[in-house]
Design a protein around this ligand. Sequence first.
Ligand code: GLN
Length: 382
Amino acid sequence: MPRMEPFATSIFGEMSTIAAETGAINLGQGFPDTDGPDEIKMVARAAIAEGKGNQYPPVHGLPDLRAAIAEHQERFYGLRVDPATDVVVTTGASEAIQSALLALCDTGDEVVVFEPWFDIYAVGIALANATRVSVPLRPPAFRPDIDALRAAITDRTRLLLLNTPHNPTGVVFTPEELQAIADLAIERDLIVISDEAYEHLWYDGHPHVPIATLPGMAERTVTIGSAGKSFSFTGWKVGWATGPTDLIRAVRAVRQHLSFVSGGPFQYAIAHALRMPDSYFEDFRHGLQEQRDILTSGLRELGFHAVESEGTYFLTTDLGPLSDYPDALTAARELPHRAGVVAIPLQVFCDHAGVGERALRWAYCKRPEVLREALGRLTALA
Ligand code: GLN
């Protein structure tokens, strides 16, 4: 199908393959190199041993997990959703995003998305036969430009696909930025899909605010969460979507025909995880913040200009000592051979010139000793 041809290879697959072939340290694909808490693993193990969830769980998710998701939305954000009708468990946040796009837009609809966009957004919009309209987050700060957003919205715009904390840039949208986006969504009567996979990964004074908490937004927003990201089990592929009954009904209708259900025993474990005390979430965040600081200061010492990462696993830099390369893609492909480290070029997530050609994304969700080893290797660029 011609509209799928641009997506034949994924940058994460390409760069992880290069890492494996060259023995490079993989600061490309975003996954932690330390698993989440043992107590969560024990619940999954016990579920398997006790025969819980080894056969198909309920199609829209284990009722207790849906209850735990609803409790989590209320506990952290004061958002009230009915687990019976307003929650759906998905095979990772990815399936939640794709189901929502397929369910909520149609041929010819325009979907507005900030750029650099996460790669699967482009794929999902193309699968829905909709049109991607991207609004650049411009370097060096990569902040949203509300005037540019307003200008991108047309009579054909159906959906706004939002992501905060933002992958790949590490920007966390401020309450003021979100309010301006919400005002436009309400004025133009848009549905918002809000990818909040990194909701618990924010640092310093940059707390995550779900756009659904703003007045007039809960009724038009599908909010997406990720157990992989919140609990460091990216291989378990448990995610969810919450929102108003009518939108979730539409998402459920599509999603049940994709993966049908996500792994049963893991659903028991994530129900437990979502109810862990605040100290888990705080310690997790503080640990990642330390890793962020190691990589940020190390890259700065090596001559990279690093944007402060306010959230996610990722930090964005310019090409620094790789500035002789014509663009980020060429530099990223050479970097493993030159220095034994993998990073992701932002330009593959962009439609406009001047956004990502000179920018690299580095994943810091790795043990401190791994980050220090990577920084040691990068001194070879000097
Ligand atoms: N979300 C992760 C990232 O951005 C993994 C992406 C993937 O491998 N598809 O790196």
